[in-house]
Write a protein that binds this ligand. Sequence first.
Ligand code: URA
Length: 205
Amino acid sequence: SRDAPFDGGAPATLEEIAAGVQVCRRCDLWRDATQGVPGEGPGRAKLMFVGEQPGDQEDLAGQPFVGPAGQVLDKALAAAGVPRTETYVTNAVKHFKHEQRGKRRLHKTPDAGEVVACRWWLDNERRIVRPRVIVALGATAVFSVFGKAMPISKARQQALQLPDQAQGVVTYHPSYLLRVPDADAKARAYAMFVEDLKFAWALAA
Ligand code: URA
């Protein structure tokens, strides 16, 4: 049952979270995933990034944002002057949801039930890391971090107070930046993303 103590009580450390995510049965996504992907970064980071869920490469590597979206994030962080190693990077959902199409595993957006089930882990990461600023990358992260939907283009570039003392910032998901079809629009979206990373880093300073 979902209530069985597979992951014990509330974790006290990031190591306990990493171990707990591997045996989590709070939803069914563990069944088709290689492994759980916990957050990564210093336990006292001032800035926390929350993505959606691991992708194909993250599922294989066991680390967040190491695939194509991670490369966009890394490039934008460098452009914004934000050292990734000083930030904590995690996801709203810790297992890769996908469907098999031939040899390819295609990403499927996690549903609200899966996001709510996995919020237990994110809430524990927030409680342990206590970041000054939490950046929600894209709609799934916005729903997980704020508990409601928000239009990203209207809510970006603002410090949004969260109940746990942290300030919330919303911006686009790096995968979205890869999908914008028009080249000019893509460049503008990427520039806004870099501005949002700068904004969040300054807010956390
Ligand atoms: N997309 C995400 O949201 N998170 C990852 O870790 C990788 C891709």
